[in-house]
Ligand binder design. Sequence first.
Ligand code: PLP
Length: 457
Amino acid sequence: MPSESGRKSGDHVFHRDVRKHMPLIVRAEGIYLYDDTGKRYIDGCSGSQVVNIGHGVEEIVRAIEAQARTVAFTHGSRFTTRPLIRLAEMVSELSPPGLERVYFVSGGSEAVEATIKFTRTYFIERDGPGTNKHNLIARWHGFHGNTLGALSATGHMPRRRKYAPMLVAFPHVPACYCYRCHYGKTHPSCGVACAEALEEMILAQGADTVAAFIAEPLVGAASGAVPPVDEYWPRVREICSKYDVLLIADEVMTGFGRTGADFAVNHWGVVPDIIACAKGMSAGYSPLGAMVVREELYDVLRRGSGRFTHGHTYGGNPLSAATGVAVLEYYRRHRLCDNSRLMGELMFKLAAPLADSPIVGDIRGRGLFMGVELVEEKATRRPFPAELAIGEKLTQKCMAHGLVVYPGSGHADGKAGDHVLIGPPLTVTADEVAELVRCLAAGLADLEVELGVRAAN
Ligand SMILES: Cc1ncc(COP(=O)(O)O)c(C=O)c1O
């Protein structure tokens, strides 16, 4: 119905893309979403690797309801609550050894903001207000969030470009991305030059100015589930320790079982100083994020001023904390990390034949975290022109076949480069994995026909 102002009622939402048609989702259960026409979609990317325990889990709804009845909100500057204490204990149990203090926020960007400010706070507390340690080194192929601090750490150009004049000038180094090695080298003869680049950057900036290095264990949205070589994280750990630089692992996407380990740094036995996490911790049932820090760092603050001058109204709210407790209980009881590893192996096995497609350049990832990179010419790895928006096109084709995937672009040269991320809920079964891969293959085949590289049936 048009309203008096002439607008249609219910049409006031400011969407991210104001031109795009958004299906109206009315229900969700397990790995499936349903729109108002009755069409069913596999949530093949768990939103954005969020809904790790699947949709519509009754016990989570009951836990949220019970907490809302008990106390929905208290402010973090005055009170603590039982679910908050319990969740911190659970997160610290899942974290690498020594990471025992958990600072809660409402999402991934906020978690990263907290890590950036905490590293500065730590050095002030330890060395006094005259410390010069303030700089954060990040990576070009990285995404850490859209708030201005987290975006300053983010290297991914399509997300940065418009706002570049407003960002903090944090230095960036190349990520470990063998398919498009920044140095044009090949592993292992490369000597893992991308890790050595961190040492060079620390020396160039002056170690006395560098507070921290931040990286995603596997690059997520910025280039599509890109795993590093095995030497990368241990070497990065060594370099950070050598120069008194704190190592921050951004596990917002990879945390809580996504890659088949509770935290992805565990694959390499590396213990970072700080972890940023979010998404899977509450699996989308309520906004939640956290910074997890090593006890020794926390101790410096405790023995010093005792105050971390940073906070958000909803940080540590009991409703989200109760959600997190229920989600992580479910995650542990159903051994979802093991399922991620097992179903991930199956997903990569079933998807392997897709690598024969003339437009698939690379399939990579770990656990239930898979990236499919699309290229115009396989031999040279030449990407499609950015204007074709091939990742978005593949997403639309997959949606027509009832599969939602998560597209990304710009990782080849800052503009061109297309991939889709696949990451179903960690509850996915073998039959559902097979169905997902069939839908992906069908979407890809349709795209090949449209591009004229495959004959129509
Ligand atoms: C690795 C990483 N860090 C940070 C963020 C930002 O999280 P949020 O969107 O919850 O602010 C994301 C979001 O996708 C992410 O993937």
